[in-house]
Write a protein that binds this ligand. Structure first.
Ligand code: ATP
Ligand code: MG
Length: 596
């Protein structure tokens, strides 16, 4: 993709899909003063690449329409939620939208007081577009709306649209029926408004134990849509909440809290994944039966992202972390955003990928190769070229004196409009990749072999004169002559040999730990079976001590490097330190799985 068609660039063409078409129609009809979307994660795990797609869609629409996108924690189930997740989600979202859509991020006004004015006819609770890191800028929490949601519940009861039910969870399940079997009315369905108000107030006051009573919407127990069979709105849970503490012992359910949170924030387009399509009638029912003034939010559904060789289920990701199959949520092998960042995947590559996979209604499996292609394309443009030898074998250039240093110019990035260079030291002893030498070469082997010639990139042609071995027959070094007339500026610079290999000086280089990551699973759909852990790739991480050129001493995690002929690498943000370099392989240069 050329720079111009890059969706991350300001002047880029706007992507199109069925949701954006709907938004465009609403904009054309001036249906809303402002387009407002939201990204509503439940803080019960780390975000993954599937969430990245949703973030790119919601923030993308806000960005393209001069609108706003709220980060809202859908935190209605305190049993599974934690502050660690709240914090990681904020970090990940900000990282993904930084410099692209951060100006659309809606924040709660300090103190949660309405800011001046309204948004889409509602009091504006936003401090509009506070820059990331602004003091007092708070994301939204569904739990901040608990008092308002409680008031709405009282309204539904007063209007005869909700009742307190004493059926146990098992009985409730039994009464609900199944898709092909209508449900039965609860014996508590016809309680008087007064009794319902009394019981619900007492539920809230903490008079009843967990599971004793629920608040249910009074809709239709025979509806073909099971979600309309008197769905639960509130349940009793005597449990502390990470955001509201002990203030509540009744908690609203997702379907009840979500539409109303959208409404309270002035959300116009509430975008979720297709499994919620069947919940949409309930979303609308609640808003309608509260007689909320327009504009009301509307729900739209798109297909989840599913990538081959990956697992996106939070429940399963938690197992991988807790059972130590990986080293934490930011393990570079995980499909988490934190893992991707640590692995060196640029936020822009994720955004470009979200753009390329597009938005549809149809569930499918996206080939990981498509993601890797986008990633390589992005890295190719931005990476500094460097020389590094992962599995070194020593070469002695017998015609270069000990202590002599010949300087070669190496190109930093040939993709740049005006590529710059850096000096590389060519010395008597250098390292090459052990796989670039074969004592008994296979046919058409163009790298180094006894008596053969090869070019050391940016330096000169060398010839292998002698193979030195130890008592066990292991090759310890190769004695070669350098044809210095083939160096840049030399008379024979144009002399051709078939192979060019990378190398580093043995005396002017550094040791670095290099972590070679591969796919975490060996099969395309590891999630297809419950026992997914049996598909874990035993070779998903290999650690080598590499020799890298000295200029990498100042490498930082903010930069991307291409180790020539090897792959794309980044400095590990956690374990690397001055004097102890650690690199992560983001991805190899070529798709090594395509051959398998
Ligand atoms: P769970 O509900 O099981 O905890 P979840 O993946 O749905 O998991 P949420 O925190 O509810 O997690 O997700 C936040 C938002 O991200 C939702 O709007 C959801 O639809 C969207 N989302 C989740 N997974 C994907 C995916 N694979 N592709 C695209 N969007 C996704
Ligand atoms: Mg969810």
């Amino acid at each position: 993709m050329s720079a111009d068609s890059n969706p991350s660039n300001a002047a880029a063409p706007v992507p199109t899909d069925f949701i954006r078409d709907i938004v465009a129609q609403d904009v054309a009809a001036a249906r809303f003063p402002k387009i407002v979307t939201r990204f509503p994660p439940e803080p019960n795990g780390y975000l993954h690449l599937g969430h990245a797609k949703s973030i790119c869609l919601n923030f993308g629409i806000a960005r393209e329409n001069n609108g706003r996108c709220n980060l809202r924690f859908d935190d209605t189930n305190p049993a599974k939620e934690e502050v660690e997740y709240v914090e990681s989600i904020q970090t990940d979202v900000r990282w993904l939208i930084d410099g692209w859509a951060d100006h659309c991020l809606g924040f709660k006004a300090p103190g949660a007081a309405p800011a001046a004015g309204t948004v889409n006819g509602l009091p504006d609770f936003h401090a509009a577009a506070a820059p990331a890191g602004t003091a007092g800028a708070e994301p939204f929490y569904a739990s901040d709306y608990f008092p308002q949601l409680y008031e709405y519940a009282l309204t539904l009861i007063r209007k005869g649209h909700a009742y307190v039910c004493d059926l146990s969870p098992a009985e409730t399940e039994e009464y609900r029926g199944s898709p092909d079997k209508p449900g039965r009315n609860s014996p508590f369905r016809d309680r008087s408004v007064a009794e319902n108000l009394d019981l619900f107030t007492r539920m809230r006051a903490g008079e009843f134990p967990d599971g004793k009573r629920t608040l249910r919407a009074k809709i239709d127990m025979t509806s073909p849509n099971i979600w309309l069979r008197d769905p639960l709105l509130y349940r009793i849970r005597h449990i502390a909440h990470h955001h509201t503490g002990d203030a509540w012992c009744i908690y609203p359910l997702y379907d009840y809290a979500h539409c109303l949170s959208d409404y309270l924030e002035g959300v116009t387009h509430s975008i979720c994944t297709v499994e919620f399509e069947v919940h949409r009638p309930l979303y609308d029912w609640i808003l309608e039966h509260l007689d909320l003034p327009r504009p009301r939010p509307h729900q739209y559904e798109f297909a989840k992202l599913n990538l081959s060789y990956m697992i996106f289920s939070k429940r399963r990701l938690i197992q991988l972390v807790q059972e130590n199959f990986v080293q934490g949520w930011d393990d570079p092998r995980l499909p988490t955003i934190a893992g991707a960042r640590r692995r060196g995947i640029p936020a822009r590559a994720l955004r470009n990928f979200a753009y390329h996979v597009g938005v549809t209604k149809f569930d499918g499996l996206t080939d990981i190769a498509a993601f890797e292609h986008t990633l390589r394309e992005e890295l190719n443009g931005i990476s500094h070229r460097r020389l590094a030898v992962l599995r070194p074998i020593k070469i002695v250039l017998t015609n270069i004196a000990e202590g002599e240093v010949l300087t070669c110019d190496a190109t930093n990035n040939p993709q740049d409009e005006n590529p710059t260079t850096r000096p590389l030291a060519l010395t008597r002893e250098v390292f090459i990749e052990s796989e670039d030498f074969a004592e008994v070469p296979p046919p058409k082997y163009f790298r180094l072999k006894p008596g053969g010639e090869v070019r050391l990139k940016y330096a000169c042609i060398i010839k292998c004169d002698e193979v030195v071995k130890d008592a066990a027959g292991q090759v310890t070094e190769l004695r070669c002559t350098a044809d210095l007339t083939t160096r840049a500026g030399g008379p024979n610079v144009d002399r051709k040999v078939k192979g060019t290999i990378h190398w580093v000086s043995a005396t002017q280089s550094l040791d670095a730990e290099v972590r070679l990551y591969d796919r975490l699973f060996t099969v395309a759909e590891p999630g297809a079976e419950e026992d997914f852990k049996k598909f874990i790739n035993p070779h998903s991480l290999e650690v080598v001590t590499a020799k890298v050129e000295s200029s990498l001493a100042t490498a930082t995690p903010a930069e991307r490097y291409q180790f020539e002929r090897t792959g794309y690498f980044t400095v590990d943000s956690k374990d690397s330190a001055p004097g102890k370099l650690v690199f992560n392989r983001t991805i190899s240069l070529k798709d090594t799985w395509a051959k398998k």
